[in-house]
Design a protein around this ligand. Structure first.
Ligand SMILES: [Zn+2]
Length: 338
């Protein structure tokens, strides 16, 4: 299971989401957003947590979407949802050694919403407190984690699951005062395929639908978010070429810059991950390793850095200089206008 691991959709040409269908007219109408039914820990038969669950007097500022990387079951029943929640808790407590379920909420393929870690629902109802989770290290105090049952490498979540995800996100945003654009995927922060290429690709749509539910206006570019591309074995193209140049600048001189992510590139990423003690050492270049790579490469001030820039900018140098990871992130984002 994914998080469990320890360690585009454009709103077509409208520009503003919620501008149609009179949604903007409901702006500020809190009554429009209601909580989906949420089954609490007692409801699905959770074990007691093995230690005190830390509850902080602060609001989370974002939501992180995961998939469980479990089979796409056809059993959409309440019983299956309860079993899923118990299975995840057992896995997290017995195999990971955690005090309780890692994520705050779980949504089954049948569309049942369940509390994950104890007290998450109570904290959400207050709108003022955050349970410290264990779904994405570095983000557990600031992000609400939602696990969606299934593997969404390809294929979309069933309609009921999607509807509940939208409702739950809208309710969390409403309760904590979080903007709809602050919905992320696990891979935005870690070197992981979670929440799957398909579900990750649906996040702009999710942000748009949540913005609509909240009566928030958001431009289509804001819904896209600049993020780090996830690169893996068998990927190819200019982004891979740029990554290879950056790896070379970072000291990996044996990497051949050919635009094809093969085993030697993955091995170089593994060494980078090992050197920086990232959560995963898996050869995937994602949200945790990219900022490390661009920082190390920048410091080297190497000719390969210029080649990386050109690879991302249609063979041309940039007219401005890059100032840190955020600039690189923008340059790597295929949605950034050139
Ligand atoms: Zn995840």
């Amino acid at each position: 299971m994914c998080p469990l691991a320890r360690r585009s959709f454009l709103i077509g040409g409208l520009g503003l989401v919620g501008a149609g269908a009179g949604l903007l007219g409901t702006a500020g109408d809190a009554a429009a957003v209601t909580s989906p039914e949420i089954i609490d820990c007692a409801g699905w038969g959770a074990r007691p947590n093995s230690d005190v669950v830390p509850v902080r007097s602060q609001r989370p500022v974002k939501i992180i979407v995961h998939h469980t990387a479990t089979p796409n079951t056809k059993n959409l029943s309440r019983g299956a949802a309860d079993n899923l929640a118990r299975g995840i808790q057992n896995f997290h407590m017995d195999k990971r050694g955690w005090i309780d379920t890692g994520q705050h909420f779980t949504i089954s393929r049948g569309g049942f919403v369940l509390e994950g870690r104890h007290r998450s629902l109570e904290a959400l109802r207050t709108g003022k407190r955050q349970v410290e989770g264990a779904h994405c290290s570095g983000q557990n105090l600031v992000a609400v984690g939602i696990e969606n049952e299934g593997t969404y490498t390809t294929g979309a979540p069933p309609g009921r699951q999607w509807d509940r995800l939208r409702q739950l996100c809208a309710y969390i945003c409403e309760q904590y005062g979080i903007g709809a654009t602050e919905i992320y995927g696990h891979r935005d922060f870690k070197d992981t395929a979670c929440p799957g290429d398909s579900l990750y690709g649906m996040l702009p749509r999710l942000r748009g639908e949540v913005a609509g539910a909240l009566g928030q206006a958001a431009s289509s570019s804001a819904l896209q978010l600049a993020s780090w591309p996830l690169l893996r074995i068998a990927d190819r193209g200019p982004t891979v070429l740029a990554a290879q140049h950056l790896l070379r600048a970072a000291g990996e001189r044996d990497v051949v810059a050919d635009g094809q992510f093969g085993r030697s590139t993955a091995d170089a990423v593994r060494r980078l991950q090992t050197a920086h003690s990232t959560e995963e050492v898996n050869g995937m270049l994602g949200g945790e390793s990219w900022p490390l790579l661009v920082s190390v490469a920048d410091q080297a001030g190497d000719a390969d850095v210029a080649s990386a820039v050109q690879a991302l900018n249609a063979g041309r140098p940039l007219s401005r200089s890059l100032r840190g990871p955020a600039d690189w992130q923008q340059l790597l984002d295929p949605n950034t206008p050139r």
